[in-house]
Write a protein that binds this ligand. Structure first.
Ligand SMILES: [Zn+2]
Length: 80
């Protein structure tokens, strides 16, 4: 039985130029701290959460991996 994949790379980010969309509050942030999760090996996916939603690393980890696998399970359905 395979456990949930470990967090690939979770690192603090401080975007200066580009806006990053926080996946939790759906606000774009820039020039403030947040977290970037890099998922995947061949095709990397970058996911972001702002520091307001995840002030500490463990908050970001809990957000990105709330209950093991199924990182898509908590995504809201597309509203478009
Ligand atoms: Zn946020």
């Amino acid at each position: 039985m395979k456990r949930a994949r470990r967090l690939e790379r979770l690192r603090p980010t401080f975007p200066l130029i580009f806006w990053q969309l926080c996946e939790r509050c759906r606000m774009e942030f820039r020039r403030e701290w947040g977290w970037t999760l890099t998922v995947g090996l061949s095709c990397s996916i970058y996911r972001h959460v702002c520091a307001s939603c995840a002030p500490e690393r463990k908050d970001a980890e809990n957000f990105f991996l709330p209950r093991g696998m199924g990182s898509d399970s908590f995504r809201p359905p597309p509203s478009e």
